[in-house]
Design a protein around this ligand. Sequence first.
Ligand code: ZN
Length: 479
Amino acid sequence: MSAFQGTTAPARPGGSGGLERGAGAGNGTGSGAAPGRADAGGVSAAGVSAAGHGTPASVVGLLAQLASVGVDPRRGGYTRAGFSREERTLHEWFVQEATARGLDVERDRNGVLWAWWDVPGGSRSNAVATGSHLDSVPGGGQYDGPLGVASALAAVDWLRVRGLRPARPLAIVVFPEEEGSRFGVACLGSRLLTGRLDPATAAGLRDASGVTLAEALAESGLDARHLGRDQAALERIGCFVELHVEQGRGLIDRGAAVGLGSSVLGHGRWKLRFSGQGNHAGTTLMDDRRDPLVAAAGAVLAVRDAARAVPEARATVGRLQPLPGGTNVIASAVELWIDARHPDDEVTAALLESIHADAAAAAEAEGCSVELTAESVSPTVDFDHALTTRLGEALEGTTSGGLPDGGPALPAARGGVPVLATGAGHDAGVLAAEIPTAMLFVRNPTGISHSPEEYAADEDTETGALALADALQELLLAP
Ligand SMILES: [Zn+2]
């Protein structure tokens, strides 16, 4: 399944910054922009041409186009691993949607997709970037990742209908393997892009079937020798805004459809490997065993208890793998993974020390040994305060562009836009170390995420897209 390669979009005519309504208003457009793909499944058929004609795509309609990709009948929800066939299919969908809007799509050497709405002259600097990811956790929901990408496409439609003439370029960005569900490193694409992950280490990462990242990249037409910090790509971006479904209860409790992010809680992943003695389940007497799975069970409880003892800490074992993994076999080794989070990075480090000590005691009690390794650790990240304040003011003061056809007024705009910290990691958290970054959250009435029960009401997703359009408009009209 070879994906698209390189750039696909047509040339970019000119224009100048400002708001203009009507024909020819959209710049950075392509003469070949095709507003309505017949095969797109409904939504694009009523899409917006690059010149600003038509009806903006609905977020619901865009997400519906993805409904059949990566359906997981066993777990429920979706399984769309990084650099898998499913993620490639979703990337191909994105390229089609972006190209249909006259955006110039490229894939960089780390596998990150960029879809450009250029300014006259085509200079790509000080750009406003927005976007998210299309991969999922195993058995994930419909919104985590795709909501930000679909909302970005819909926001471009709204800006075109409003006749926006950007003073700076816009890029919609799609990061690969954000969840880290295949190669164990969350935000893999943005970490590679920013150089936060050593390219040689990354290339050697293996998935559960032993496939290396280098091999998976090759299947997607990428060369692992070219991985690593991409200064030229980063220098083009002036700021980044990621819209994401909320993964907690902050907006429900505040009665708001849309909020802004203040920070991403520090988080990390560690692996505990218990080694014991593999043996026969029938012939090995209970007193003669060195069973690493029993030791691991003690560690699972220790993880919970350690986190419970520290206010605001969260620690989870969601994945545990006995080796070789047979019903009538005492395991020889067990690997389990710990996800731990706390606003204070020193507290997180102390938490892991305490868990490690408890795991070592549990291992010793069973005649086993244990080894702890850190797989990825991210400190607490604060989003750019000035950018977030600017967007908050823009969203409060707006009625979605102030134009009669600019979309309905934002319900969230009444009474102020809540600003929330998030316990979930995001590519925005990685980029925040490089460039001014902000996040928008859309209410999730279940408060549940990384599960098929993750949800956003249809009207809230459209409100989110309008809020993103308003935020981008604010940023695109002035540096
Ligand atoms: Zn996400």
